[in-house]
Design a protein around this ligand. Structure first.
Ligand code: SF4
Ligand code: SF4
Length: 128
């Protein structure tokens, strides 16, 4: 009799493949309107520990711009790295994963959700 139990490594590979496919499919079809809303409004950007360390090196007095919620450091909105004049992110190449994925959000179990606050998603929903 063979056992069908998957190893942790196999499960992790399956999950990362699933996430990669979801992100690729979504990003291929998504057209950002570059409105900047996601850098100015909302509940903030949750940072992984390594991202928080990186961001801490990029900005003096970072704790003024961060809150701590459910064991996560979260960038407050409007984001300190958003340039209102140019509508650009000042740390674009170093921006957190949550910003790279937005409006797609992925939980640790691999399930996904799309933010209905995103201007492009709202537009799509209105069939314009
Ligand atoms: S809210 Fe949506 S459309 Fe606007 S900048 Fe963010 S991702 Fe792009
Ligand atoms: S880090 Fe950059 S992309 Fe992310 S919310 Fe701030 S300004 Fe926007």
């Amino acid at each position: 009799m063979t056992t069908e139990t998957k190893t942790d490594q196999e499960k992790a590979k399956e999950l990362s493949d699933k996430i990669f496919k979801t992100v690729t499919d979504f990003k291929d079809s998504f057209q950002c309107q570059k409105c900047g809303k996601c850098c100015e409004e909302g509940s903030g950007v949750a940072l992984w520990p390594h991202e928080f360390k990186r961001i801490q090196r990029l900005k003096k007095h970072i704790f003024r711009y961060i809150t701590y919620l459910n064991n996560w450091h979260v960038l407050k909105m409007p984001c300190v790295f958003y340039n209102k004049r140019s509508h650009k992110c000042k740390i674009y190449d170093k921006r957190p994963i949550a910003c790279r994925l937005y409006p797609l959000g992925i939980t640790l179990d691999g399930s996904t959700r799309i933010s209905s606050n995103c201007t492009a998603i709202k537009k799509e929903g209105s069939n314009e």
